[in-house]
Design a protein around this ligand. Structure first.
Ligand SMILES: CC(C)=CC(=O)SCCNC(=O)CCNC(=O)[C@H](O)C(C)(C)COP(=O)(O)OP(=O)(O)OC[C@H]1O[C@@H](n2cnc3c(N)ncnc32)[C@H](O)[C@@H]1OP(=O)(O)O
Length: 258
């Protein structure tokens, strides 16, 4: 399928999805969000794809929802048509792993989009923020909910109430991102991480993703039980036999997703 606001490339089992609205710092309009959902759905269906990397430009991962589109709308418009808060499940229900590679601004919906991914690698130029307060609104795609789970109440309140930006160093220190790398190395680092994930058993990767995500949705007791059940169930796979045999035989495992 031909896209106008994103670019999709598939190489070595990794789908690289690049947000591409350079004149608006990748502001998230309806078309971009719909094309992104379609591309992710296609990556999920494509057997050649084992990991997905989502990125933007050097200057902006995404500067949030399209303010020019929002500015004319009334409460009745946005409430009745459920505007500007697309169902994040189009992204979070993707079972293959998604890595966000963030350079420059990840603000408002851009920060929220990065947080919907499985982990975030950012460049030392990255700036995260929930500046919606400056527009007379609040975050609408997880900036008060996911961000609080990532960085805790105090920092999430600070960012949502003052609208200040968090730099890469603070984002790593606060647990929002997993790694910070020099801007020039960002894509290499993200693609290498994706390759590492792509080498694993897809069944095990999907199970690990589901188990970690469960920790956000349930109690510790239920989460630990879920983890234990999934751990036990993986002993029914050929990939568990292969992984453990490879360790014993001191060789590289050859996973077959079975
Ligand atoms: C998801 C939900 C529910 C809500 C939201 O996300 S609300 C949006 C939250 N985001 C923001 O408030 C950030 C808005 N942008 C900025 O503050 C600045 O653009 C900046 C700090 C990211 C960068 O500033 P800079 O001076 O370097 O660049 P600009 O001249 O301001 O921008 C270049 C170009 O892009 C257009 N732009 C930027 N962000 C958006 C946006 N969110 N929506 C629509 N358009 C955006 C900006 O207007 C300019 O284009 P023009 O020169 O044609 O006006």
């Amino acid at each position: 399928m031909a896209y106008e606001t994103i670019i999709v490339e598939i190489e070595d089992h990794v789908a690289l999805i690049k947000l591409n609205r350079p004149d608006a710092l990748n502001a998230l309009n309806d078309q971009l969000m719909s094309e992104l959902a379609t591309a992710l759905g296609e990556a999920q269906q494509n057997d050649k794809v084992r990991c997905i990397v989502l990125t933007g430009s050097e200057k902006a991962f995404a500067a949030g929802a399209d303010i020019k589109m929002m500015s004319e709308k009334s409460f009745v418009d946005v409430f009745t048509e459920d505007l500007f808060t697309p169902d994040s499940e189009a992204i979070t229900r993707i079972r293959k792993p998604i890595i966000a590679a963030v350079s420059g601004y990840a603000l408002g919906g851009g920060c929220e989009l990065a947080m919907m991914c499985d982990f975030i690698i950012c460049s030392d130029t990255a700036k995260f923020g929930q500046p919606e307060i400056n527009l007379g609104v609040i975050a609408g795609l997880g900036g008060t909910q996911r961000l609080t789970r990532f960085v805790g109440k105090s920092k999430a309140m600070d960012m949502n109430l003052t609208g200040r930006f968090m730099d890469a160093e603070e984002a790593e220190r606060s647990g929002l991102v997993s790694r910070v790398v020099p801007a020039k190395k960002l894509m290499e680092e993200a693609m290498n991480a994706a390759q590492k994930v792509a080498e694993k058993s897809m069944i095990t990767v999907m199970a690990a993703k589901e188990a970690v995500n469960r920790s956000y949705e349930t109690t510790l007791r239920e989460g630990l039980l879920f983890e234990r059940r999934v751990f036990h169930s993986l002993f029914a796979t050929e990939d568990q036999k292969e992984g453990m045999a490879a360790f014993t035989e001191k060789r590289q495992a050859q996973f077959r997703d079975k």
